[in-house]
Design a protein around this ligand. Sequence first.
Ligand SMILES: NC(=O)c1ccc[n+]([C@@H]2O[C@H](COP(=O)([O-])OP(=O)(O)OC[C@H]3O[C@@H](n4cnc5c(N)ncnc54)[C@H](OP(=O)(O)O)[C@@H]3O)[C@@H](O)[C@H]2O)c1
Length: 303
Amino acid sequence: MKSIAIKEFGSADQLKELEIEKPSIKDDQVLIEVHAFSINPVDCKRRSGKMGGKLPMVLGGDVAGIVSEIGTNVTNVKPGDRVFANASKTYAEYARSRAEVTVKIPDKLSFVEAAAIPLAGQTAWEALIDKGQLRDNEKVLIHAGAGGVGSLAVQIAKHYKAYVIATASEKNKEFLTSLGVNHVIDYKKEDFEKVVSDVDLVIDPLGGKSQEKSFTVLKKGGRLVSLVQKPDETKLKELGIVGIIFSMTPTSKRLQKLADLLTSGKIKAIVSQTYPFTEEGVREAHEQSETGHTRGKIVIKVK
Ligand SMILES: NC(=O)c1ccc[n+]([C@@H]2O[C@H](COP(=O)([O-])OP(=O)(O)OC[C@H]3O[C@@H](n4cnc5c(N)ncnc54)[C@H](OP(=O)(O)O)[C@@H]3O)[C@@H](O)[C@H]2O)c1
């Protein structure tokens, strides 16, 4: 079957078409005919060699498609079902997923929209709810609110009745307001730490200076959840705040909750760009992701 893979680490030019074997499945696994997958920043980090790994490497972290085969122990989905899943090696015509993180796609969602959800959505949910312990009416600051994770995080936080502040550039102000964000801060013109205070929870997908300054806007006992950088323990103690970094662990419960919120229209998938499943398409998609200024998600349409 066709895949787009790398034989060497490096730039997006390393992404090449590679014929590989269709995956076989175990008792608790599902084989999915891939209709769409999304690009996640981690794909570009892996492609560049920053994270090591064996070559050749087929990238990918999520998928939307049609169940082609199921293992003997699988009961939650059946062949022919439209599903989305957290899975690896999804830059291919078929991908293998664990049944426990494979969930039916809400009827009204297209494959392209569905592919935007599993990795970014589970990350946003885990950051806000599981790690961040967000409670009703809390004040939350979501950095990079217009990004893949951010655009879902702001919607989930609004669903949980939070007062949501998000950072983004001017071009995303209206977009974030339309998602219900209460206060959008243009990070190019304003210093968020000067206009925000008494925050209960910060979601940090940026690290560096942005994380450092975020410590000062949190109230005592407030929480900072980072997707990218371990917060400084000494600073946390000094300020009396809680800080954690985490790596998303997918669960079926969370993916099902996301599916339910999509069905009821409480959240929506934001896909700003789609590309074809060709060497050129996937390369361009990686280059776009690496600008660091994509709105919502980039999705590759396979079928
Ligand atoms: N720990 C985990 O399990 C986990 C899971 C998923 C992702 N991540 C990581 O989290 C990070 C974010 O992922 P993502 O998919 O959301 O990335 P993304 O979609 O590429 O983020 C792009 C967004 O970042 C915004 N942005 C860039 N610089 C900014 C700044 N200085 N202040 C505010 N916003 C800024 C851009 O808005 P403008 O265009 O308006 O500038 C753009 O909308 C990545 O490093 C990714 O690898 C970690």
